[in-house]
Write a protein of this length. Sequence first.
Length: 327
Amino acid sequence: MGPASAAEPVRLDRNNRRARSVLPNVEIRQLRTFLAVVRERTVTDAANALDLAPSSVSQQIRVLEASLGVSLFARSPGGMTLTDAGRRLLGHAPRLLDDLDRIRRDVSGVRERLRFGALETLLATQVPALLARMSSEHPELRIEPAKGASRADLLDDLVAGDLDAVLVLDAPGELGALGFDPPPDADVLAYVDLEPCPVVLAARPGHPLVGRTDLTVRDVRDHPLILGPKLCSFHLAADRIFGPGGARIEVPSIFVATSWAVQGVGLVFLPEFAIAEQLRAGSLVRLDLVVEPAEVWLRLVWRRDREQEPDLRTLLYGATRISSAVL
């Protein structure tokens, strides 16, 4: 019998729990810290998110870099930027942590919640029906909705493994076809278009354009158009039809845009689901455009390397089947 190999050193995290290594001299907590810095972009923000001292975060990153023999971040006053090596690690770290989580869940028999992200408008209007159907057909599935501050944050959190799936609005084609930039590591993402979201140009009753059946882009440009922030899906959709010119009024949300249109401030170009109540009540009137509105779809996005996980597969199958029934 050969000489006994040296036992792997036991490492304890800040709560005195055994910290297992997933690579030689690399600890799970270091990978979690690495992902936090990627997500938060600064050591201070990552420390706040992890409830650690900034010096502890910096130390863990330095130890991780020393263990791997590479620099993972380029440091600058503006924050931490991934190097090529850091981007390669980012392609592996979420999967390594997910594998360990799956092992823990399988051994313990505990089902984790699926973290399902969307912007507030979609959480309020489109997600409830999906969750209700999933709850009825798969009561064992635990789904935790999460509100994203922006589309970019949702997709970044998905790439980092902090979300399991997200619902966004996009145009048919590649991710970002509507006009937004996909995350740098979008190649790890997969997606499916669930159903179209009709876009409506509307105005308050009595507006000069109400009743006309031959409205052109030039006609619309002659009147104030209320839009959300520049990267809002329906701001992007409006740009594709009307171009960047004309009178524009930018407001912080769809809710504000709708309210202002009802009060006669200008036209709105919004998803039908967002102003359906106002259209039924007659406080807004649909306008008839000569050109076809830009196509906008509800798009479900997930990490392709996780689609074989049973709970995520159930969600994906259920979501696509429900949307097929609607269509």
